[in-house]
Every structure is written in structure tokens, then in C-alpha cells.
Write a protein that binds this ligand. Structure first.
Ligand code: FE2
Length: 273
């Protein structure tokens, strides 16, 4: 089975890349199950119910998130009714939503997605390592193919999670930094790993934000209202091949899609929301 994991979708440029390129990627790579991190999909901050429905309609099977999941107030009630949109499982008890989804491919093979968040340079949350152990106990007998989105700032914490879970899950993919790393590998034990999938959004930016606004904040320390940049949109992620019978990863391939000139020109007219 082949799985497509897409990195952080940022604003309209990111959503447009998914809409334009996902159907072709699914066909070309013979994808059976796809997921994407969507916590920045609505103007760079959070996700709305409408955008969730749109992204699922484009062909994504599961959507993960992180520290921006609750940025849009209207997502809180929606989370209870939408099992395919996850928040980090190690949020404190009582947080709306769930961090675990068990779905299936078109041919009926169960696939589980687990969303975790790191603790280094991130908002306070529970221990992601012990949380992962408890989740894997719950998933025993439900799914052999398990994909973990480790939403974290520190590469060290992401590698630690990869080694903590190797042999027990099919893949650990990092998100949050918006910069794709070139360290994709199969860890001893059979778990596909990459420290960060990279951003699906505008690259002529400071990790998705309009450069002038990000610079103003760094240079003055004053509050600045951020907006998503527009130029140089790309789609980043990985394709992972997994043995259906064992859940072990066989192969991981990094992808980065850049649109042709016509697509990019169209982005100039796009609203940044
Ligand atoms: Fe994040």
C-alpha cells in the first residue's frame, strides 16, 4: 500500500496546490491513503469547518493539526462531529476533538493516523511518548498500518519519537517547521521517518508569512498582523510504501511539487485567505 503524507497546508496558496495537484499525485503514485497537516490552512492560522470539508472533498483521507487547531472558534464544536480532523492526542484532558483516527483504504485495509505534539518550544501539553504507548495499546488488533504526525519544533524530539516507535508504527512524519528536511529514511525496525514534511504553501515568504511583515516584527519587536504570502507556491510531502501484511515500511520518497508558470501567475490574483 502507498501512503501520501502532505506537509503543512498554508493559506489559499497551499490549498490551491492541493486542489490542483492532489488528484494527479494520487494517480501517478498509486496512492491508497492520503493525509495532510491543515492547522495553517485558514489564512495561516487554524482551520474552519468549510475548509475541512473542501480539503476532504479534494481527496484527502485524514487531516492532522497541532498548536493552531483551536485558532478559529467555529472549529471547536465541529471537531466532535468530524473524526477525520485530528488535534494532537496529548492535549490535556477535556480538549475538544481526538488525536486518533482509524479509517480504511478503498479496498478495506485499515489505516490508523495518530497526531502528537512535541514539548520543546511548543505550548504545554502532556507527554507525547507515553501518550503514543497508550494509543498503540488501543490500536492493537484494529490497524497494522499506523501513521504518526509528530508536530514539533525540535528535530531531536522528532528523532526520539521515531526511535521510540520504530517497529511499532509504519511511519513517523514531522510537521510544524514548514521546512522540508532531507533525512527521509527507514529506521531499523521498519518505520519510515522524516523530520519535517515541509510546507505546502508560498515559499517566497518567512515560513509562509509575507516577508515584510515577518521582518517588521523581528526588527521592531512590535505586534504585527501577519498575512499569508502569495508567491512561489509548492506542495511538499512524502510517499511511503508499506507492506500491508506487516505494517512495516519498505520505502519513503520525498516529493516537492512546483507549479508551472501559468499556475504561479494565477497565485498573484489569489486572496491570501
Ligand atoms: Fe504548528
Amino acid at each position: 500500500m502507498r501512503i501520501l503524507a502532505i506537509g503543512d497546508i498554508n493559506g489559499r496558496p497551499g490549498r490551491r496546490m492541493v486542489e490542483t495537484h492532489l488528484p494527479r499525485l494520487i494517480l501517478e503514485h498509486r496512492i491508497d491513503f492520503s493525509l495532510a497537516n491543515v492547522e495553517n490552512a485558514a489564512d495561516g492560522f487554524g482551520i474552519t469547518p468549510d475548509l475541512t470539508e473542501q480539503l476532504l472533498a479534494h481527496g484527502l483521507d485524514c487531516l492532522t493539526s497541532g498548536n493552531h487547531i483551536y485558532d478559529k472558534q467555529e472549529i471547536i464544536d465541529y471537531l466532535a462531529a468530524q473524526p477525520r480532523l485530528l488535534r494532537p492526542e496529548n492535549y490535556p484532558t477535556g480538549a475538544a476533538g481526538s488525536g486518533v483516527y482509524v479509517g480504511a483504504t478503498a479496498s478495506g485495509t485499515p489505516v490508523a493516523v495518530v497526531n502528537l505534539m512535541g514539548r520543546i518550544f511548543m505550548p504545554p501539553c502532556d507527554d507525547p511518548f507515553r501518550t503514543a504507548d497508550r494509543v498503540l495499546d488501543r490500536l492493537s488488533g484494529l490497524a497494522r498500518i499506523i501513521i504518526v504526525d509528530m508536530h514539533a519544533e525540535a528535530t531531536s524530539e522528532k528523532y526520539a519519537m521515531g526511535y521510540h516507535l520504530t517497529g511499532r508504527v509504519s511511519a513517523v512524519v514531522g510537521t510544524h517547521t514548514h521546512v522540508q528536511t532531507a533525512d527521509e529514511t527507514i529506521l531499523a525496525g521498519g518505520t519510515a521517518y522524516i523530520s519535517d514534511l515541509g510546507m505546502t504553501g508560498p515559499y517566497d515568504s518567512v515560513i509562509g508569512i509575507e516577508k515584510s511583515l515577518a521582518l517588521k516584527k523581528f526588527l521592531t519587536g512590535m505586534p504585527v498582523r501577519f498575512s499569508v504570502a502569495r508567491r512561489d507556491p509548492r506542495l511538499c510531502g512524502v510517499v511511503i510504501e508499506v507492506d500491508d501484511a506487516t505494517g512495516k515500511a519498505r520505502r519513503i520518497e520525498r516529493i516537492q511539487v512546483r507549479p508551472d508558470a501559468a499556475d504561479e501567475a494565477g497565485q498573484d490574483d489569489a486572496q491570501s485567505v
